[in-house]
Ligand binder design. Sequence first.
Ligand code: ZN
Length: 296
Amino acid sequence: MAFALSLSPTEAAVRSGLPPAGQSLVKPGPAGRPIRRVLILSEDGMRPELIYKQHMPWHERLYQQGAYSWHARTIRTASTLPSHASMLSGVDVNLHRLTWNNWRPSKGFIQAPTIFKMAVDQGMKTAAFVGKFKLRHILPAGTVGVFERPGYYCRKVSEEAARYLEKEKPELTFVHFSDPDEAGHSAGWLSERQKRAAQTSDACLGTLVQALERAGTLDDTLIIVSADHGGHNHNHSGALACDREIPWIAHGPNVRRGYLIRSRISTMDTAPTALTALGLPVPPGITGRPIKEIFE
Ligand SMILES: [Zn+2]
């Protein structure tokens, strides 16, 4: 197949002994190279414009060498707990029943199986590193191998996650950064302060990617970068489209490179996409569908 034999400009440069123009994250491999791991990063409150309208080097490396959409959408309930519950279960609030948005232990936990529960049931190593402890409502004990809240801001979260990723090489990982949401509420969505918070989040993403590189797992990991919601002024009520619009970036083995995704993505599609990538069955009751368009 002529396509499989053709070299990318980067690989051609490497083979010719010339330095590549841009550093390649994933060496182009033969079609069908397996994905062995999935890393889902959710950047709280990250409106797509914060990524593509300013210089975000780590995000750029992922979407320029991956598949991406700036028009994915979260569920109608555009707040942190309900949205993340949909992201990690593939169903809407009516099924997962996580309607509240703060740590309320008396209210119990998510009422739908998450992809973490499914992965744990198959004996996979799983971990979550989050900036907000309330996310425990989605990932209760027994449904995820490790659940840690190293700190509110992404620096501590990413450093702790990076240590774990490098040492333990988990098969399914969820990482959550609070920084864009905090700056949005305090200084406004798309404010200068929030743009800087997004850049901080970008550096924290770099911490994760570099950990995968050191672990030697970047080549077999599907990375999905998304968010729970957007926002406007100082909040995200869900009333405006920009409250619900989220970025969605996929990068990894056999993922199309520099590919703008055409299909309309829901945050509920993240769960079945991750399951499919891990070779796990997608339960029939899931509302989301795997985004197969991202693969070559
Ligand atoms: Zn918020």
